[in-house]
Design a protein around this ligand. Structure first.
Ligand code: 3PG
Length: 328
């Protein structure tokens, strides 16, 4: 039997697609603005542990104000919710600070080229830690991802080991964040916006003592004075912009994760990286050699290939369940 799609159904599908499309465009635009201001701030004020903390603090305060003024209804949470959120927050904090440390050392485009290799980490973690098996084609799709990232790394003009390792650690941490948060968001008692708000607050609590220990108020005060005297008083607006836009893009990405499959999400994330890589190269006049750009293009194509294979795998699983029933 071919399912009949009513006019109503078609209209609501189109409206859903439009909504997701709008989420994606907003998510990518906010992310580009965040990356530009984040790098401008880090160039003048190289204290990534503080800027990471400020991003979480801005988001946490915005959400507390929204809850207090009832602009957004506060979520009803219990101890089990916070317990399930704790590992997500640890992974989010590590991934966030590692990416920011990376961007303080290398070009934004380089950090994002390495971060486009996240699916490779996802497969390796699923295989070696969770014991999940994949068809050979999925492993083969890792060759262009890993090869492309490696080519981009060895031909990067301003290569820096801390910058490279920061992006790699961020990849690993975010794979765990995604695994844990998929579990935590199951049941959907807390929607995407509030889930991310709680995540920011818990991450802020975790990160603050480490930021003080690693960098500390003395270094921050000296760095701040130097930044204000070289950039001018409007430097404070750059810091505000990077902090607020960090929260906004993540909030929109979690809101869209609520609506779409993790697969569509990861394709959206890869496309987001392309817009960040291209816009940051233009804005910061990042020197790019053709071989370096080739490496980035191969890695990104590999990521698309991987998404396609994952899509086919999920589709096959659905067909098997449909034909054989859920017990196979
Ligand atoms: C961060 O600071 O958390 C990173 O820039 C995040 O990177 P992503 O959201 O693009 O993975």
């Amino acid at each position: 039997n071919i399912p009949v799609v009513s006019d109503e159904q078609a209209k609501s599908d189109a409206a859903r697609k439009l909504k997701i499309g709008i989420y994606f465009v907003i998510w990518w635009s906010l992310n580009v603005v965040f990356n530009i201001y984040n790098k401008k701030v880090l160039n003048a004020f190289p204290y990534p542990w503080l800027t990471s903390t400020l991003s979480l603090a801005a988001g946490s305060s915005m959400m507390l104000i929204s809850w207090a003024t009832r602009m957004v209804e506060a979520p009803k949470t219990d101890i089990d919710f916070w317990k399930a959120l704790a590992p997500v927050a640890v992974a989010h904090t590590i991934g966030h600070v590692a990416a920011t440390v990376s961007m303080s050392k290398v070009a934004v485009s380089f950090t994002h080229i390495i971060k486009s290799g996240e699916p490779a980490f996802s497969v390796l973690v699923s295989r070696f830690i969770l014991g999940e098996a994949f068809p050979a084609s999925v492993y083969l799709s890792l060759v262009p991802i890993i090869g492309g990232c490696a080519l981009a790394a060895v031909t990067e003009l301003n290569f820096n080991m801390i910058g490279f390792m920061g992006a790699m650690i961020s990849n690993l941490a975010f794979v765990f964040r995604n695994i844990f948060s998929k579990k935590g968001m199951k049941g959907k008692s807390v929607g995407g916006m509030n889930y991310y708000a709680c995540l920011s607050m818990l991450s802020l609590l975790l990160l603050t003592p480490f930021a003080i220990a690693v960098e500390g108020p003395k270094a921050w005060a000296a760095g701040w004075d130097a930044a204000i005297s070289s950039i001018g008083p409007h430097f404070v607006w750059w810091v505000a912009a990077q902090s607020v836009f960090y929260h906004l893009y993540n909030q929109v990405s979690y809101m869209s994760l609520n609506e779409i499959s993790p697969l569509t999400f990861s394709i959206g994330n890869t496309m987001k990286r392309i817009s960040v890589i291209v816009s940051s190269i233009i804005i910061f006049h990042t020197p790019v050699q053709p071989i370096n750009a080739l490496g980035a293009a191969i890695a990104i194509l590999g990521t698309f290939l991987y998404s396609q294979l994952e899509h086919n795998m999920i589709w096959k699983q659905k067909v098997t369940v449909y034909i054989m029933g859920p017990c196979g």
